[in-house]
Design a binder for this molecule. Structure first.
Ligand SMILES: NC(=O)C1=CN([C@@H]2O[C@H](COP(=O)(O)OP(=O)(O)OC[C@H]3O[C@@H](n4cnc5c(N)ncnc54)[C@H](O)[C@@H]3O)[C@@H](O)[C@H]2O)C=CC1
Ligand SMILES: O=C(O)C(=O)Cc1ccc(O)cc1
Length: 362
């Protein structure tokens, strides 16, 4: 039996637990310092067993996943080193930054125990075990940042284990990881939050901002709703990289200020052209760092219970709805319902299911 211990069974820890729980040959134990959380994990059936005792969780464990906020990772590795661990045990984490934990764990691990940094590059703005899903990592990249001197055979062993997540495993240097992920994930989160707060300010004097900010604005700022504590730790941890990126961001914005001041139409066109060209080269069907929602639109006649009927149809077909929004609902016009799904397959199935009784657009 392969024993997997998971510390911090939230969105990511819970999703990992669901990848292994019930698979032949695996047993999954969840750890939380909070007895109420332990009860919740058992009730929700996310793990085979759960405990508040670190010693009990790691007893005989083959793999230990640290899925707590980035700021707690080092402390967890330190505490694990004071416990009897199984020989050959691999400790890995899922933190969104990799340099500090990979470098410090290297100095902490004892003989016969290995630390391999990890980052499943998929997630969402939601948090907690309630949002966990065994499908979260499918078709996403899962980065491993082995500490120097880690035998490749151990990295291969973890890679083999992680195949169950259906993610594509890649090895990247920890510092290179933080540079790249800083630019494609951490900076966009900062920009989304700053943008929402800018509009929030205007909205204080004119609430029409909020009313008109549906649709596109809502979409591009989804990640501004991410869990504050998780992001506090990520941004503080990756501060060096982010300070450089924010300086570059200021330059990009200054360029736009100048172009607009000068009414430089050609310059503006050139900015859009270059961005469009690069963007069109991004991989299309792979799940990226910042996941998109897949939307379909359904015309809804104005009569009571219609939304319930649609959600029931989807529920019965076990199609997971991620978001639902009424776009227009006035007495004189039929409403449009926007249904969002986490993947194209669910969106396609929903179109097929709803196209009979309703008018569906994509
Ligand atoms: N949210 C996302 O989309 C992604 C997050 N990550 C990383 O995964 C890790 C976990 O994040 P999520 O699962 O999103 O967050 P979450 O909030 O859903 O889960 C965090 C877990 O850690 C526990 N925890 C929080 N503070 C704690 C404390 N002081 N002591 C002990 N346990 C504590 C929580 O009870 C919860 O079980 C973070 O390191 C994050 O950087 C990695 C990839 C994606
Ligand atoms: O909500 C989204 O799309 C994300 O960007 C999720 C995410 C958050 C943190 C990560 O380290 C990786 C992915």
């Amino acid at each position: 039996m392969t024993k997997i211990a998971i510390f911090g069974v939230g969105l990511i820890g819970g999703s990992l637990a669901l990848c292994y729980k019930g698979k032949p040959g695996f047993t999954v134990v969840g750890h939380s310092p909070n007895p109420k959380s332990v009860d919740k994990l058992l009730k929700r059936n996310v793990v085979d067993s759960a405990t508040t005792s670190m010693a009990e969780a790691v007893d005989g464990a083959d793999y230990i996943f640290l899925c707590v906020p980035v700021g707690m990772l080092e402390e967890y590795v330190q505490q694990l080193m004071n416990l009897p661990l199984k020989k050959g045990c691999i400790i890995t984490d899922v933190g969104s930054t990799k340099a500090t934990i990979t470098e410090s764990a290297e100095t902490m691990v004892k003989d016969g125990v290995f630390f391999i940094g990890g980052h499943p590059m998929a997630g969402s703005e939601r948090h907690g075990v309630e949002a966990a899903s065994s499908h979260l990592f499918e078709n996403a990249f899962y980065v491993l940042t082995p500490a120097e001197g880690t035998p490749q055979a151990e990295v291969d062993r973890l890679t083999e284990l992680l195949k169950t997540t259906k993610a594509q495993i890649v090895q990247v240097g920890a510092r290179e990881h933080d540079d790249i992920v800083g630019a494609i994930s951490h900076l966009p989160h900062i920009i989304a939050v700053a943008l929402v707060n800018q509009v929030r300010g205007y909205n204080e004097t004119n609430p029409l901002y909020q009313n008109l900010a549906a649709g596109g604005f809502r979409d591009i700022t989804r990640i501004a709703s991410s869990e504050p504590m998780i992001w506090r730790d990520i941004l503080v941890n990756n501060r060096q990289v982010l300070l450089k990126l924010l300086t570059d961001w200021n330059l990009e914005i200054s360029r736009f200020i100048e172009l607009i001041e000068k009414s430089d139409g050609e310059g503006i066109v050139e900015q859009f052209r270059m961005a469009g060209e690069f963007r069109s080269q991004l991989p299309e069907r792979r799940k990226g760092m910042i996941t998109s929602l897949f939307d379909i639109y359904v015309d809804i006649p104005d009569h009571p219970g219609i939304i319930g009927q649609i959600t029931t149809l989807l529920g019965n077909a076990r199609i997971n709805l991620s978001n639902i929004q009424i776009i227009e609902s006035r007495e004189d016009v039929p409403g449009v319902l926007r249904l969002s799904f986490r993947n194209q397959e669910d969106a396609d199935r929903a179109v097929e299911l709803l196209s009979g009784p309703y008018a569906v657009h994509v």
